[in-house]
Each structure stands twice: as structure tokens, then as C-alpha cells.
Design a protein around this ligand. Structure first.
Ligand code: UDX
Length: 427
């Protein structure tokens, strides 16, 4: 098939790569001139190792253009554009609207929406598309940043939300090598599957984080609690890592969008509100822990390791690590940050960024591990202790460091939902 993939973010690029590998004729449409130039030079506009390697091999076979009008008669227009939050929390569908408008110039085609949208979006655009002679499929993606290519090559499920079942087959034909469950549903149901999946995962994270706060009060170890809970096949172990909470371009936006949609339909979602409130509280909670240990934070030197919203990416959108840095800067602390890949966002001008993790902790009274990059786990605790200043307080906000070794090196270790070196003791 001839495909136009619109939007060169992780979803668009991973989708384009998979479709090109399957032998389809793919044209990538990206309107941002900076991104366009980077892609044409064979590089990705974001950090993602697997996709970068694939892109080097594929860039010759995927054409890149700046407008949909430049793609001759695509069978499918795969829409992977952004749907950022509006101030109300609702999703801004302007970029999808622009794609629909651009389809007016195309011969009969089908809009396949991979962007995450609130339920009802397809029904909103369908009359316009029908009037132009086009079809519509909701085909949500479930890929994670950092593993976008693997997740697209071997998806865990394929969902097609359609009015006409024949269109579902055209979409499934994009993945000839995929052996996974396939679900054909109506458009609105497919939209809710996607956004409810993300809200559910965010809910698990907020739940385990609330249990972590409780575990500290009752003297339990949240890591072992999650292990024990995860052994129940009805619960499973995924997304039960307690710490600093969720961030990124999807979970925060999607939970907000679902809550805003419920509200607009006269249904206040206490559940989603609680998920958001707990997550928003965590950077503040960590700040209070630092205050409890160091006293007034004004002028105190505090290092943060990790700025990306999770390891393996340079994405700092809605990163809890950045939120924590903001809280500390607001209290007048001298904040020193390090991340192996992510740069310091421009608005964090109160913080100083270091290329070297050990330099960032030089004479710092406290260190917070905010993103669990494997590099930090490999750090020699003695070298850390040597560089830091008393009380050498280490707040492991992702429970990622070997607590016992760090305590033995003379560091004052504190994790989340567990007590010091007792953490992780198996019985
Ligand atoms: C997510 C969904 O997983 C994916 O299916 C969807 O398509 C896009 O959103 P992504 O944003 O790449 O993917 O991140 P993910 O790996 O799911 O992690 C999201 C956030 O949750 C991160 O900040 C991570 O640190 C946090 N997290 C995850 C936890 O705090 N605890 C966990 O147990 C798991």
C-alpha cells in the first residue's frame, strides 16, 4: 500500500519504520522545518537508540515531505500528530483538524488515527471525512518511549475502531509479521480502550505510591509488597514500581483529558482526580523530606540525578524530576542537576546543569536520585561519599540504588516506602 504517515514524533517514526520494513511505500509528512532537516540528515529529533539505528537504514526508502499534498494518492493517511493539553485539561485536536482539512485535496483515502484522542473524536471528524469520500479508522498505538520500534514491530495487540469491518483488514495488513490478538470494535470504543489503558496504568502507579507512603508509616517494604501483590495473576507485577510518580507526554495528558471529558459530561471522576492529586504531591513530598533533614533549604546545595521523565529517553515533558527541581529552586536551594542524555529545560534557569554526575554532587549536602538511569546504580558509593558534604543525605526517590552498599560507604540513605538498608531483604 502507499501510505502517508503524518507527524515525525516517536509514534510516527516507529510506525513509518515498521510499515517500510513490511514493504509498504511510506512517505513521512513533517511540517516542522527543524525536524525535517534533522530527519533528512539521517538523525532523529529525539533520543531513541533502536529507532535511530533503524532510521539510518531506512531513511533511503522512506520519503520525507513537508505537506500531505505532496503525497500522491495514499491508500491510508496514518495520523500520528500531537494532541497536547489545553488549559482546561481537554485535548487540543487542532493538529488532527489540520490533517482532515488537508485531506480535502486527496482522492478517496482513509484517515487512520494513531494519536491518542478523547472518545468521541472520530464521531466529530467522520461527517467531514465522509463528505470528502474518505473513511476513518481509530487505530491506537501502545508503544513506550525508548522502545517505540520494538513495541511497533511486535505489538501486544492490534485494535481497529471502524464503521466498516473491511477497513480493519487494511490496517491489520500493515503488520504482516505481528502475531498478537486483534480486536475490531467501533470507533469510540477503540478510542476509550487507548485512553483508559493509560489511565489504568497511571492509577496503578498512584496506588502503589500511596501504599509506599503507608508502608513507611507501618514499617513495611513497598518493593516486597509489590512483589507479593504481583504474584497474584489477577494483579500482575507491571507498573507497581513506587517512587516519584509518572510523567512524560502521555500519562499526565491522558488522565487529564479523561477527567476533563468526564467533567464535560456531568460526571466528576473522583478516581482520576485522586490519581492526579497523588502524583502532583510526590515532588512536594520529597522536598519536605529534604527540609525535614536539612532544615531551611535556602542556599543549601542539593544535587539531582536524572531529569528525563524515565530512563532511556531525553524527554523531560511533565518530568517529575523537573518538578522536584522547580520545588527546590523555589525554596532558594542551590540546585545542581545531571542527566546522561536529557538537557536542562530552559525554564529551570535557577538550576545548574553538569555533564559529569560526580561533579554535580561536589560538596552537595543532599542528593536525590530522580530518574533511575542504570549509570547511577553503577556509581561507586565511596566516590559519592568523598565528594558530598555532611550529612551526605541520599534520597533515592526511585528505589534504584543498592541501599546497603551506599549506607556502608557512610552515606545517609533513604528510599521510598522502605527503611534504609533493610530494603529488599528477602526472607
Ligand atoms: C506510556 C504507555 O506505557 C504507552 O503504552 C503509551 O502509548 C504512552 O504512554 P511512556 O510515556 O513511554 O508510555 O512511559 P512508561 O514507560 O509507560 O512510563 C510512564 C511513567 O510512569 C514514567 O514517568 C515512569 O517513570 C513511571 N512509572 C512507570 C512508574 O513510576 N512506576 C512504574 O511502575 C512504571
Amino acid at each position: 500500500m502507499r501510505l502517508a504517515v503524518v507527524g515525525a514524533g516517536p509514534v510516527g517514526l516507529a510506525s513509518a519504520a515498521v510499515y517500510a520494513l513490511a514493504g509498504h511505500r511510506v512517505t513521512l509528512v513533517e511540517r516542522d522545518p527543524g525536524r525535517l532537516a534533522t530527519l533528512r540528515a539521517g538523525r532523529l529529533p529525539f533520543h531513541e537508540d533502536g529507532l535511530q539505528r533503524a532510521w539510518v537504514n531506512l531513511s533511503g526508502s522512506v520519503e520525507i515531505v513537508s505537506a500531505l499534498a505532496a503525497v500522491p494518492a495514499p491508500d491510508l493517511v496514518v495520523c500520528c500528530v500531537g494532541t497536547p493539553s489545553l488549559p482546561t485539561g481537554a485535548s487540543d485536536l487542532a493538529q488532527i483538524d489540520a490533517v482532515v482539512t488537508a485531506m480535502a485535496d486527496l482522492e478517496r483515502s482513509v484517515l487512520v488515527v494513531r494519536s491518542t484522542v478523547p472518545p468521541g473524536t472520530g464521531q466529530y471528524f467522520l461527517p467531514r471525512l465522509r463528505a470528502m469520500g474518505h473513511g476513518y479508522v481509530s487505530h491506537p498505538e501502545f508503544l513506550q518511549e525508548g522502545t517505540a520500534l520494538q513495541d511497533s514491530v511486535a505489538p501486544n495487540r492490534l485494535i481497529a475502531g471502524v464503521e466498516d469491518p473491511a477497513l480493519a483488514e487494511s490496517v491489520f495488513a500493515l503488520y504482516p509479521g505481528a502475531h498478537c490478538p486483534r480486536l475490531v470494535v467501533d470507533v469510540t470504543t477503540a478510542e476509550l480502550v487507548k485512553i483508559a489503558s493509560n489511565a489504568h496504568l497511571a492509577m496503578r502507579i498512584s496506588f502503589i505510591n500511596e501504599m509506599a507512603l503507608l508502608a513507611e508509616r507501618v514499617g513495611a517494604d513497598i518493593g516486597r509488597v509489590a512483589d507479593g501483590m504481583g504474584l497474584d495473576p489477577r494483579i500482575g507485577p507491571a507498573y507497581l514500581r513506587a517512587g516519584l510518580g509518572y510523567g512524560g507526554s502521555c500519562f499526565p495528558k491522558d488522565v487529564r483529558a479523561l477527567a476533563a471529558l468526564s467533567q464535560s459530561l456531568g460526571m466528576h471522576s473522583q478516581m482520576l482526580q485522586a490519581v492526579m492529586d497523588l502524583n502532583a504531591r510526590l515532588p512536594l513530598e520529597m522536598t519536605q523530606r529534604l527540609e525535614a533533614r536539612l532544615g531551611d533549604l535556602a542556599g543549601r546545595r542539593i544535587a539531582i540525578w536524572g531529569l528525563a521523565f524515565k530512563p532511556g529517553t531525553d524527554d523531560t515533558r511533565e518530568s517529575q524530576a523537573v518538578r522536584l527541581a522547580e520545588c527546590l529552586c523555589a525554596r532558594g536551594a542551590e540546585v545542581r542537576v545531571h542527566d546522561p542524555v536529557a538537557g536542562c529545560p530552559g525554564h529551570l534557569d535557577g538550576a545548574t546543569s553538569y555533564d559529569d554526575a560526580l561533579e554535580a554532587i561536589e560538596r552537595a549536602e543532599a542528593l536525590v536520585l530522580a530518574t533511575e538511569w542504570p549509570d547511577y546504580r553503577q556509581m561507586e558509593p565511596a566516590s559519592v561519599a568523598e565528594r558530598m558534604a555532611a550529612p551526605r543525605f541520599v534520597l533515592d526517590a526511585r528505589n534504584a540504588l543498592p541501599a546497603r552498599a551506599w549506607e556502608s560507604a557512610g552515606l545517609e540513605y533513604r528510599g521510598v516506602g522502605r527503611q534504609g538498608a533493610r530494603a529488599g531483604v528477602g526472607v
